[in-house]
Design a protein around this ligand. Structure first.
Ligand code: MF3
Ligand code: CO
Length: 260
């Protein structure tokens, strides 16, 4: 069941997503060699609460933390720990917040100091593919048009697309219908309509597409242990076009010319 949102609901979703966007901006100030992922998590939790919101992932399906923090070969759902970031790592920070009953959901993959050129290119391509997908989120298109465009963009450049995890509708619940795969065929899937709010979140691997779930029951990592990147925006389709409700503006203000 796909819930179409009113303009008022879309504005509340924007508020929640802007809390997430600003939280990612705070993270950009702290990501550096030596900081533990658990420290990042506690900074994020405190920041979200200071904004009159609550963490969206904490307790969701039993998830234990505010952020999902996935380093290098970890794809998504990494649990914050006492691991200290190292120069050359990449770190995906996936953040959710609930404000006035509506969810925000967005992810940015950060570089820790200098990363290998091929890894930098993976991050750039993954981020670009997110915007390619967003361009295809038009009323009258189908959900498969989004995934097809992301898959084509990434595979043409030699990367692979994770199949097991997808984007999703966003609303009062973090995960609503429809599923939004990052692969697929043109003209297939649910019809995109004004009022739809979805998270698009390409998870793109440097090596093969295969993933495994670690024994903690959450962390997804690449089977071949090569790096994986993840960028996510929550968008609304209204007035005939996609409107990005989350934002990387705050991250990019902090990173300046070091932005991806
Ligand atoms: N951002 C993730 C997603 O879009 C949600 C994290 S899963 C949770 O699916 F269980 F940790 F909340
Ligand atoms: Co999501």
């Amino acid at each position: 069941m796909i819930y179409l949102k009113t303009e008022e609901e879309i504005e509340l979703l924007r508020e929640a997503n802007l809390v997430v966007a600003r939280t990612l901006g705070e993270m950009a100030k702290w990501v550096a060699p030596g900081i533990t992922t658990l420290k990042l998590d506690s900074i994020a939790e405190e920041y979200i609460r200071s904004q009159g919101a609550v963490p969206g992932f904490l307790g969701y399906g039993g998830y234990p933390n505010t952020l999902c923090i996935s380093v290098n070969e970890n794809v998504v759902h990494g649990i914050p720990s006492n691991y200290a970031l190292r120069e050359g790592d990449i770190v995906s920070i996936d953040c959710g917040a609930v404000k006035d009953g509506f969810n925000g959901d967005s992810t940015y993959t950060f570089e820790v100091g200098e990363v290998a050129p091929e890894v930098h290119k993976l991050l750039q391509t993954t981020k670009e593919s997110l915007y390619v997908g967003i361009e295809h989120a038009l009323p009258g298109n189908r959900i498969g048009d989004i995934g097809h465009s992301i898959q084509e963009y990434c595979e043409k450049r030699g990367y692979s697309v994770v199949r097991e995890l997808t984007g999703h509708g966003v609303g009062r619940k973090l995960h609503e219908d429809p599923e939004v795969p990052n692969y697929g065929r043109r003209g297939v899937g649910a019809l995109i309509k004004n009022g739809m709010v979805i998270a698009i979140e390409p998870m793109i691997n440097l090596g093969s597409k295969n993933i495994v779930i670690e024994r903690d029951g959450w962390t997804c990592r690449t089977k071949d242990r090569k790096p994986s990147a993840h960028f996510e925006h929550t968008i609304a389709i209204h007035n005939g076009k996609p409107d990005i409700l989350s934002s990387f503006k705050y991250v990019e203000e902090v990173l300046g010319d070091k932005s991806i």
